[in-house]
Design a protein around this ligand. Structure first.
Ligand code: FE
Ligand code: FE
Ligand code: MG
Length: 164
């Protein structure tokens, strides 16, 4: 529990509980994104299967790293990360879109939608913390940059596959 950390955030005018709630909602998103990418990589079929699988696996690992960053910040702010995976579904912003069509194009499209949702979530978190909590803002900025890279990587793969 970072006593001074919490004091500074409160002094800057943020409601610490509300901030922790937002971070936990993003944390739920990251776990679900991790599972969605990881599962998609297992079942992917179709054109450029190995390329798509390695990109999905790479993104899964990055989503898990995002969950780690959020968990650390939640704890510094005096909270705890969501403890029961059932609550991921209750608190998520972006939801979980189970892979049903295993074709690489369908998988890419559903993960692109997830990335676009994630980008909006971190944009909101940036606006919420701007000028008040530079450390959380920096985390949100860092994660948003990676989500934008994810969106681009998947769009590029989809373009390459559909132009064949
Ligand atoms: Fe992420
Ligand atoms: Fe992502
Ligand atoms: Mg990538």
């Amino acid at each position: 529990m970072g006593k001074k950390t919490q004091e500074l955030v409160k002094k800057a005018g943020l409601n610490v509980n509300e901030l922790i709630k937002k971070l936990n909602k993003a944390y739920a998103d990251e776990w679900l994104a991790y599972i969605q990418y990881w599962t998609g990589a297992q079942v992917a079929q179709g054109l450029m299967r190995p390329n798509v699988q390695s990109e999905l696996k790479e993104h899964a690992a990055e989503e898990l790293a995002h969950a780690q960053m959020l968990s650390e910040r939640i704890i510094q702010l005096g909270g705890a990360p969501i403890l029961d995976p059932e609550d991921y579904f209750k608190q998520t912003n972006c939801g979980y879109d189970a892979p049903k069509d295993f074709d690489v194009k369908a998988l890419l499209k559903q993960n692109i939608a997830g990335e676009r949702c994630a980008i909006a979530v971190y944009n909101d978190l940036l606006n919420y913390t701007r000028g008040k909590d530079p450390v959380t803002m920096h985390i949100a900025r860092h994660i948003m940059q990676e989500e934008q890279e994810h969106e681009q990587d998947l769009e590029d793969l989809l373009t390459d596959i559909t132009s064949k």
